[in-house]
Design a binder for this molecule. Sequence first.
Ligand code: SF4
Length: 743
Amino acid sequence: MSTVDFIKDQMRLRCIDGVLTERLVQEPAAYGLGRVPSSAKPDATVNSVCGYCGTGCSLKVHLQEGSAVNLSANTSYPVNLGMACPKGWEALAPLSATDRATTPLLRGEDGELREVSWDEAMQAFVSKFKGIQSEHGPAAVSFLSTGQIVMEEMAFLGSLAKFGMGVIHGDGNTRQCMATAVTAYKQSFGYDSPPFTYQDFEESDVLVFVGANPCIAHPIMWQRVMRNQRNPEIIVVDPRKTETAMAATTHLQIYPKSDLMLFYGLAARIVELGLVDQSFIDAHTNDYEGFVEFLKDYSLDRASELSGIDAAELDRIAQLIGSGKRVSFWWTMGVNQSYEGTRLAQSMINLALMTGNIGKPGTGANSITGQCNAMGSRLFSNTTGLLGGRNFENDDDRAHVAEILGIPVECIPNQQSLSYFEILDAVDRGEIKGLWLIATNSAHSWINQSRFRKIREKLDFLVVQDMYHSTDSAQIADLVLPAAGWGEKDGVFINSERRIGPVRKVRKAPGQALSDFNIFRLIAHYWGCADLFKDWDSPEAAFRILARLSEGMPCDFSAIEGYEQLNASGGIQWPYPKSKYAVSAGAPVAREDRQRRLFADGQFFHSDGKARFMYEAPRAMPEPPDEDYPVILLTGRGTSSQWHTQTRTAKSDVLRKLYPKNPYAEISLEDAKALGLEPNGKLVVESRRGRVEVTAVILPSVQPGQIFMPMHYKQTNELTFPAYDSYSKEPSYKACAVKISKL
Ligand code: SF4
């Protein structure tokens, strides 16, 4: 095949990944998804929210003799309306993998992991961690959790560790995806409050996707966009020609990290044209004057020069945003995973505020969530914020939580936790000696991976609690605790639009694996603090405790009585407070209340009820390309069939057929030609931190001087540069300097 034909073929395949996902969504059976084993006749069906992404689709899981044999997409759930992406259709497959952790494993003196009983595992857990704490202080043990376990487990973990075990510092992998959105919302709106409902995808006139590729990363959300009957303008801001960019009406293929300048330029032009909603600004915001003053240093021409987008095109976009049409902004990791992500997210929030595009159908500055329960983690992981979005440093907050939980207030630490990278830095300095990883694979997913592995050597004891004994992190653990996975336990997730949805146990966990909830109960017993958690005797009991803890907070869902109500209501969005819904407490939610957005009344969560304009001068890329490392490495999701470190998606025969097995990099025709690269040739990619060999995929999806590597292959994080947003402390995965050569 000639190079030109090859490129055409690759482009077709790239386009097709979006189209393929669409077809998989619409005709799953044609791809072998959702097959009913011939011997299985389902005799019951249970609704359960999918355990992968933050879309929060509901799946109908079909049971035979009480165990799941198959599933289909729930047609009556307001999120997915009968659709599911390949990962959802294959959600049961990872449960049957042969490398499931089925018994605790403890590393012996010979360095080998050996099967032990739960009693031995618990004795080791307690004696090692208590030993470390008595020698080095309580803060010498820490934990890193996840956005993948149910909210009840997340809250139990954070409470057990901090109130029961005396741990001070714990964080989770939501730091790697949503911390920036959290911080941006808190500063701008006064609380972590994504304002939208998915109906807004269908009701916008202009949708602006920034650093987001919903065609493959959130395919069901993209299907909701496709249902929009308003002939919307779809604008994609992305340095890469992604599947979504190809399907958009406008692609602004910006120079990497010029996005903040771009949005300030657009804001400056909107002010210049007088297209702001002055009455909304006056009534509902603070510091607009300061923002206008700040914008004097920015202009459309400057934005055009730095982003590489024609000024006339930017002028058209500015006029569109200020036109009075329904405009919505949507972002994901291209924004969150940036060294200036908080200000970048807020540059979109500013645009929404100044044009009055918030609180109305089809509007909003909307962060799309990564993991299935990132929102549950944000509210109840008890890591960097106290339960319910409270503050560890606030005396009243601690007293209130202690009263509701019936525990002594002295059990609650009065200091903020360190964030993920600060915890690892503390390990590196020798201050943290014991680490507990729960349902996360840091040895693959953490930025600048080789440093994580070096740091691990400084730990006295590493515990990994996971479904599989084969993850990169479990392989280097001292103790592996076998956990049940999605489908093997009950609880709730909260999705991107704040919808609390039920997750159900539809299979028994293999061997001696226990639900994370029961592992925490066991640890509480062996640690000697079970009394503090005597009311946490089931996931649903824990859910009711959390509902009480939410009362009076913006996330108040105190009118939800339990799982049956969630199931009968198609999930319930927070807020759902008793103060407003007391009459219907326990009853299915009224149809008109099933799609709700925040701020319809213009009241934000700061004490004066107003939103704030937040802004700051853009900064240079932390590791810009130079003579030695002249190419920018971009990273992101590869296909709709891959999830994060592929711990689960690699277990499905069907999904494995839908994505490339080996790591690859997309490279432009110009760069490939300069290197003399043939299609599918081998490419060496080197950064100051590592060297990897990958397959070259020659495509016009990336611009010359840039390459793209998917995050799912562990080679990618051998290269990434450890920079962090100063406010959210989220890693900046998306751009670093590399050099490339032909192997
Ligand atoms: Fe699951 Fe997300 Fe796919 Fe829906 S879009 S089926 S929630 S992975």
